[in-house]
Design a protein around this ligand. Structure first.
Ligand SMILES: [Zn+2]
Length: 317
């Protein structure tokens, strides 16, 4: 048995053919062209999907359904993307239109939920009963698995942990609130914190400024960590603060859901135990724990960027 998963993003459409062992055996990718009419979007998705199948020497008859992960609020009962600001979708009947174009059953899910489901089926969350996946990227994505099922709430909008406030009247967020977790714990948030700390320092000959050749536009998600390793106090301070911001939100997740496992993905996780060890220590102090029960295990996501494709492909399982 083979499965087909589409990871629809604002930049790229990525499709993977997944085998019975949840391994990707063939892929196809193209740039996403938006905004566009619904039929054009379905054409982009269908042609990329067919290319991935050809790359696997398979046809549509070899897969039971087409799974799609998309940004935005997805009504999983109707397959309608209610709203997605970066894809300009407003009540887009994705399942209906793509199903008609491909003449195949289509299953649609929010992309962060699909990625969490991928980790649950084949990655870091495998075997868990209750689990969460947090992704640190441009924003903070989160997916919640309860009793083996994606939890999306009564209106399909649940799991937006990135938009819970951790700093009252803090940084203004695109969602309209101030002080959202993702404004601090995302890669974008870390870059902003790094730049702010560097601008405040008078010493432009310090290691952190050397790391970026004196140019703030060269700051990325690794700069503060590299500076810390070089012994720069700015790097140490930014990383310490970042771990507290990240840990604060994680403790909120744990207090709300008490999952067996919580995995963290995104480029920042390449720091490995440099990030995870102090993070676990912070969360252990902050999270409300029931001493007689097991505590939430915090680990790194295993599937990386493939989680969304694998999760989408296996949505019908
Ligand atoms: Zn927000």
């Amino acid at each position: 048995m083979y499965y087909l998963g589409i990871d629809l993003g604002g930049t790229n459409i990525k499709v993977g053919v997944v085998d019975e062992n949840s391994q990707i055996i063939a892929t196809a990718k193209r740039k996403t062209v938006v905004p566009c009419p619904p039929d054009d979007m379905c054409e982009q998705l269908a042609s990329t999907a067919m290319e991935a199948l050809r790359n696997a020497n398979l046809t549509l008859d070899d897969v039971p359904w087409v799974g799609v992960g998309t940004p935005g609020t997805v009504n999983t009962d109707t397959g309608v993307v209610e709203f997605s600001n970066n894809l300009y979708f407003n009540h887009f009947e994705l399942r209906k239109f793509l199903g008609a174009k491909m003449n195949k059953k289509v299953i649609v899910e929010n992309d962060a939920n699909a990625a969490a489901y991928g980790e649950y089926q084949a990655g870091a969350l495998k075997g868990a009963k209750n689990a969460m996946a947090i992704t640190l990227g441009t924003g903070v994505g989160s997916g919640i698995i309860i009793d083996g099922k994606i939890y999306s709430g009564s209106n399909y909008g649940a799991g937006e942990m990135g938009h819970t406030v951790i700093v009252f009247q803090g940084r203004h967020c695109t969602c309209g609130r101030d002080g959202c977790w993702e404004m601090y714990a995302s890669a974008t948030g870390l870059i902003r914190s790094t730049k702010e700390a560097m601008e405040k320092s008078a010493d432009r000959s310090s290691p952190i400024w050397k790391l970026v050749d004196g140019d703030l536009s060269n700051v990325d998600g690794r700069t503060a960590f590299d500076a810390m390793r070089a012994g720069d106090p700015i790097g140490v301070a930014v990383v310490d603060e970042y771990i507290e911001y990240l840990g604060c939100g994680l403790a909120n997740c744990i207090n709300a859901f008490q999952p067996d496992i919580l995995c963290i993905g995104g480029g920042i996780c390449n720091e490995g135990e440099t990030l995870l060890k102090p993070l676990r220590e912070y969360v252990a102090k902050e999270a409300y724990s029931l001493s007689s029960q097991g505590e939430t295990k915090i680990c790194r996501a295993l599937l990386g960027n493939d989680a969304g494709i694998i999760g989408a492909a296996l949505l019908g399982k």
